[in-house]
Design a protein around this ligand. Structure first.
Ligand code: SF4
Length: 372
């Protein structure tokens, strides 16, 4: 089934490492944006079956529960949203309260994903985050009180000034908080990130690469011991709480991205909506398409994409099935290069299935280069 991604580009302040499509909250623009997004949803749908809706940002939880409710209602009007659909709201801890969480739940959201990033206040401050560690713990509790049975927390590792033991402290506190799903990301410093200047000014440095590897492996080991199961390079969960929406990205699925800057992949085509919030609103309100940059993908590109993303999963992927789908013998084409990784112990080949070992996940980019 199709997944829907709805982008909400507003934030209360801008974090110094952030490279997403977002801007400062403006109440007037937000109202116009929600109306435009409703219109785009209604125009995009043809009654297709949908089983995931994902509000990403930005900070989607800055919208009022009634606005989230209107957008979900539009999705239900334009698409055939499955009764058991996963409906996720990315949420920043400082925007949470029991009342708001109740409202989001009543609006139809059934999964919340909190951007926690760290459980140490010094690290949160360095990243320009607005919440404290205690606020993040309280927010997860508020979501539980409101009845959410599917809560995800994001943590970032390899932060400026972070040691392996600082990282372990955050992981321990995360486990104590008891989420159903966890995402662990490595901080990526893009070239002009203000955080780079902050680091130079304050003398914060990144731990050596070996420490980043240790953070990744020790974090996953602690989560294993606490009963979580890794299912993707950066994601673990309990009891079948995998992100059904994100699995579409990794299993050659199809999704429609709605809102400014959102990407879509469907029917062998890929496109992106115009990035600017104001321009997006103008286009939609004036009946012009929000999409630009529409391109058809060749069978070869689609296969490469399927291989590239499928390797992110701990189950890996079946190269025979993927090859049959796109008419290419995968091992005949890439086998020589892949064999070197099998011999190095970072890739496993079990019959027609290939998958990265956990150590292999540390060098995933090198292995994936084989396909691009
Ligand atoms: S809250 Fe998220 S989207 Fe907004 S500025 Fe910070 S990192 Fe970027």
């Amino acid at each position: 089934m199709l997944g829907l991604y709805l982008h909400v580009p507003f934030c209360s302040s801008i974090c110094n490492y952030c490279n997403f499509n977002r801007g400062l909250f403006d109440a007037g623009l937000k109202a116009r944006y929600v109306a435009a997004l409703e219109r785009e949803i209604l125009q995009a749908g043809r009654g297709e079956a949908v089983d995931t809706v994902y509000f990403g940002g930005g900070t989607p939880s800055l919208l009022e529960p009634s606005e989230i409710g209107r957008l979900i209602h539009s999705c239900r009007q334009a698409f055939r949203v499955d009764a058991g659909a996963e409906i996720t709201l990315e949420t920043n801890p400082e925007t949470s309260s029991v009342q708001r969480m109740d409202g989001f739940r009543e609006a139809g959201v059934n999964r919340v994903s909190f951007g926690v990033q760290s459980f140490r206040n010094d690290e949160l401050k360095r990243l320009g985050r607005l919440h404290s560690a205690d606020r993040a713990v309280a927010a997860a509790g508020e979501a539980r009180t409101a009845g959410f049975g599917n809560i995800s927390l994001d943590l970032m590792m390899w932060l400026p000034g972070q040691s392996v033991s600082d990282w372990a402290e955050s992981v321990d506190r995360l486990i104590e908080t008891g989420p159903d799903h966890v995402s662990l990301y490595l901080l990526e410093l893009y070239p002009n990130a203000p955080l780079k200047e902050d680091m130079a000014r304050a003398g914060w440095s990144l731990a050596p690469d070996e420490d980043a590897a240790e953070m990744y492996l020790s974090g996953l080991a602690a989560l294993d011991a606490a009963g979580y199961q890794q299912y993707e390079i950066s994601n673990v969960c309990r009891d079948g709480h995998e992100s059904r929406h994100n699995l579409k990205y990794w299993t050659d699925g199809e999704w429609l991205g709605l809102g400014c800057g959102a990407h879509s992949t469907r029917g062998g085509k890929r496109w992106k909506n115009v990035s600017g919030t104001g321009e997006y609103v103008d286009r939609v309100v004036n009946g012009r398409p929000a999409a630009e940059d529409v391109r058809s993908m060749s069978a070869h590109e689609r296969l490469e994409d399927a291989l590239f993303t499928g390797l992110r999963l701990t189950d890996g992927l079946d190269i025979e099935t993927a090859g049959e789908r796109y008419g290419i013998d995968v091992w005949a084409r890439y086998g020589d290069d892949l064999q070197a990784f099998v011999e190095a112990g970072v890739l496993r080949r079990d019959g027609t299935r290939i998958r990265l070992t956990r150590e292999g996940m540390l060098v995933a980019n090198e292995v994936m280069q084989v396909f691009v």
